[in-house]
Design a binder for this molecule. Structure first.
Ligand code: ADP
Ligand code: ZN
Length: 600
């Protein structure tokens, strides 16, 4: 009897049930139809092509942009007893030859290929001579110029429609607004694809956003409750990743820098340690992350703002792919706003592109300042809805206080106007506070009527107000002229008192949030026998090292935790645990059963 999708899921992958659209996607593709699959990270997209690959005759081609990701995926498949390989520039001629032999021999079920490699005439010719079961394009948003990961090579993939007219093709991505969705279908020339759009919510990720005061101190406060957890800290500049990593090490964290300026060997080593060891923090520029398939990243922290909501969603999405509680934490300040606007204004791109970039940045900035559930507004941006507030974001956990900001905003605008719209934030605030600086005296600003009228607030509070007005477009920054603040059309009604202005008092470090979260997690692990949990983790680490794979490729945390709770005594009991399939039972079952037996 030929296997069914469900039996493959149970026996090979060891999972009891399909998730979300998986079953429907598999049915569509095995019937020969094209498919577009939109699912958040961690939603289980891989199984959507891996199971069809096992059910259909021939070899499935999986187009994937990054080399590290291919290697990990192939290693994980081999652990499941599946015949898989990859083709990319890291293989020498001999190794490539062997992959082609397996391909022609017909035994290979999945072949991962980088797009530029796939579209080479030689590769296409060889593939045309083989039986291809399906073509899956992973990270399909790379084909879109609207997306944030545009890759030239992806544009060529449309040709596959003519090359392999009888082969079903599928596009998969975690990020896609309606626009990107349309672009994917057009550029990949999908033929009447069935669309599967899952909600974008990542309920296990807690969103925390704070105004930037003393970023390092804030980060330390956040990390102090997370010692031993693996995470990513994003910074804008290479230099800052290095200084931050060094500082974190001085604070006792296992932190490593990662950016495109490091030599290849160092980068590979830092990435390897992040994936293979437990509790490593990588401090990185956006160069890090896309190719990393590590499911147990417990937090993603942003010390600088990302460029857009899409980028934020993608970057924070690297946390908690295993479904366990995780945190997306971010601080942002006035400087970030000014600098990012400047980067857009000064870029070489054409006006239309800049307009788009500005709109995207503004959406993100507006989101930082929301006074209602953060998750709801994040999802709304992607055209998704949530029926009620999430209870798992900073706004839900510690609702921000709002106050009538009309008067303070008027003071600020007046100070900008009276000083001639020629100065940046620092000086304008000094004037408001009535500070006696060299610059204030030099320009005779002590004589102005606005001098010292803002002493009821401190500098941080003024910066917060300034930032909120900027985000709301109630004043402008002259990014060409050293960041001078200016009034604009929208400032006037405010100055005349024609509009009301509710502003949020800036959120202080949200301690309450940190505590509740920790409690929630300790319960999950506390349900398990602590000694057994440790022993199981040690066993996993040993097997991982022996097999030269990351620990999660042996078993995920969730699977191991379940073992520590259920304490299975027999192979059947072990097989009943989600994440334990036939091959892994045969390979590792005995060792884990032994660990359990010693503990009970
Ligand atoms: P994506 O590519 O969508 O980010 P993955 O395919 O890497 O997600 O899957 C995320 C995690 O969920 C993986 O560890 C995978 O093994 C697991 N997973 C996928 N489908 C199921 C399922 N039906 N039941 C349990 N776990 C699943
Ligand atoms: Zn919320």
């Amino acid at each position: 009897m030929s296997p069914t999708a469900k039996s493959v899921l149970n026996d090979v992958f060891g999972y009891p049930e399909f998730r979300g659209h998986q079953e429907a996607v598999i049915a569509t593709v095995t019937r020969g139809r094209d498919a577009l699959v939109l699912q958040p990270t961690g939603g289980g997209k891989s199984i959507c092509y891996q199971i069809p690959a096992l059910l259909l005759e021939g070899t499935a081609i999986v187009v994937s942009p990054l080399i590290a990701l291919m290697q990990d995926q192939v290693a994980a498949l081999e652990q499941l007893g599946i015949d898989a390989a990859y083709l990319n520039s890291t293989l020498d001629a001999g190794a490539q030859g062997r992959v082609f032999e397996r391909l022609h021999g017909g035994s290979l079920k999945l072949l991962y290929v980088a797009p530029e490699r796939l579209m080479q005439a030689g590769t296409l010719e060889r593939l045309s001579a083989c039986r291809i079961s399906l073509i899956a394009v992973d990270e399909a948003h790379c084909v879109s110029q609207w997306g944030h990961d545009f890759r030239e090579d992806y544009l060529l993939l449309g040709e596959l429609a003519e090359r392999f007219p009888a082969v079903p093709r599928m596009a998969l991505t975690a990020t896609a607004t309606a626009q990107v969705r349309t672009e994917i279908i057009e550029r990949l020339a999908l033929h009447e694809p069935e669309r599967f759009v899952a909600g974008f919510d990542r309920p296990n990720i807690r969103y925390l956003v704070q105004g930037k005061q003393d970023a390092r101190r804030q980060l330390l406060g956040f990390l102090s409750e997370r010692r031993g957890e693996a995470g990513i800290v994003y910074c804008l500049s290479r230099k800052k990743t290095e200084s931050t990593a060094e500082w974190l090490r001085s604070q006792g964290f296992d932190a490593l820098p990662y950016h495109a300026g490091l030599d290849g060997e160092t980068r590979a080593e830092h990435q390897r340690r992040f994936v293979r060891e437990e509790g490593v923090i990588v401090v990185a520029t956006v160069a890090f992350g896309m190719g990393i398939d590590k499911p147990d990243v417990r937090f993603v922290a942003h010390l600088d703002l990302p460029k857009s909501m899409e980028a934020y969603y993608q970057e924070t999405g690297r946390a908690g792919r295993d479904g366990q509680p995780s945190v997306a934490w971010m601080v942002y300040g006035l400087q970030d706003v000014v600098r990012l606007r400047q980067m857009v204004d000064e870029s070489e791109a054409d006006e239309a592109f800049k307009r788009r970039e500005r709109a995207k940045l503004d959406a993100l900035l507006g989101w930082c300042e929301v006074t209602s559930c953060r998750r709801r507004s994040l999802l709304e941006y992607f055209g998704d809805t949530l029926d009620e507030d999430c209870g798992n974001c900073d706004v839900c956990l510690t609702p921000p206080e709002v106050f009538d900001g009309t008067v303070v905003a008027q003071k600020l605008l007046s100070a900008i106007y009276r000083t001639g719209q020629r100065f940046g934030a620092m000086h304008v605030i000094d004037v408001l506070l009535g500070k006696d600086t060299e610059k204030v005296r030099q320009h005779g600003h002590t004589d102005l009527s606005v001098y010292g009228i803002g002493s009821e607030l401190d500098q941080q509070q003024w910066r917060s107000i300034l930032r909120q007005l900027l985000v709301m477009g109630l004043l402008s920054v002259d990014t060409g002229g050293y960041g001078a603040l200016r009034l604009n059309d929208r400032s006037r009604p405010l100055l005349r008192g024609e509009i009301e202005l509710p502003l949020r008092k800036d959120l202080l470090v949200s301690r309450k949030a940190g505590k509740t979260r920790k409690a929630a997690r300790t319960v999950a692990i506390a349900d398990a026998d602590q000694d057994l949990w440790e022993a199981l983790r040690n066993c996993r680490k040993r097997l991982a090292d022996e097999n030269n794979v990351p620990p999660y490729v042996i078993f995920h945390d969730a699977t191991l935790l379940q073992m520590a709770v259920d304490k299975p005594q027999t192979p059947d009991a072990l097989l009943a645990i989600s994440g334990v399939g036939q091959t892994k039972l045969e390979r590792y079952g005995a060792e884990f059963l032994e660990v359990v037996q010693e503990a009970v």
